[in-house]
Design a protein around this ligand. Sequence first.
Ligand code: FEO
Length: 382
Amino acid sequence: MIKEDIIYIGVNDKEIDLFEGQYDVPNGMAYNSYLILDEKIAILDSVEIKFKDEWLNNIKKVIKERKVDYLIVQHMEPDHSANIVSLIKEYPNVKIVSNEKSFMMMQNYFNNDFKENKIIVNEGDALSLGKHFLKFMMAPFVHWPEVMVTYDEYSKVLFSADAFGKFGSLDVNDDWDCEARRYYFGIISKYGVQVQNLLKKISSLDIEGIYPLHGPILTKNIEYYINLYDIWSSYKYEEEGVVIAYTSVYGNTKEAVLKLKELLLEKGCKKVVVNDLARCDMHEAIEDAFRYSKLVLATTTYNADIFPFMKIFIEHLLERNYQNRIIAFIENGSWGPLANKIMKDMFSKSKNITYLDTSVSIKSSLNERNKEELNKLSEELL
Ligand code: FEO
């Protein structure tokens, strides 16, 4: 339940196709913003620029003739900061509460560091609104360097910025884990160390609600969400299972992949996920690679390199610090297969990767030797 004097004033974006220019969001996106109604009125973050009027109307509906005293800026990415100027135009005396880095970014975004309006806060600083007592904690790189989160000691609410967010607008009832995981591994997973630092900071707090900048407010089973964030940010796998990510030009590599899947299921493997990287949502495939314990990569040798979708997929994993997993390779190359070596070399700087002994090398189509290799590989993957 949302606390009665913390009012949701965010918006649902039903028009957006790609969040941050790359993530499919078939269920839209929510830009959350919160208003605390106390002796002083504070707002936490604004919303994307095209929702200026809706957001300002949401504020007015709640506060009527009163004025906004504080805008707390936790994150400067434009999905949350774009309407800072709109709020100042509407409420010229509003104080903008944020850290030094955010004000530098405001200078860059708006050519103005709001000298007349600004209140700079640092780690541990507090702001009293009356009953509500807000404490600020810096959370650099969760997701940008200026990010901070806010804990309200009165309501025991953690305003968590991008952390604990998910894709999807708030009027769609979809699975939290699935879309929060895709969001996490898309947007934040590079910064596992920094997320761990934030989890340490909040570990001593009594938290009754997590109020993120995207996705639903979390008020039940808080430990469950914190535990998932701990698993994700420490790069541990969430479930035992085999993900087979592949590309196939004429269907021969695909045949090997489907054969491997069949063998794994026959031998009792509980979870096998297959992703055709040319056709699936790349970010679902990335999410799966982080979710499960083992990864098989199957691709063709192509222009003395590997097939483009596979190359992009591995680059996405590396960029997000993929580690602590078991990996196996299947290659196809009609006259000079190189893909297994190229793929393995790409992971050379990744931490704690175990490569399975068996790799499969196909020359055009599956032969008896390949079928034996697939059988052996399936046994190693169990
Ligand atoms: Fe929701 Fe990093 O912005």
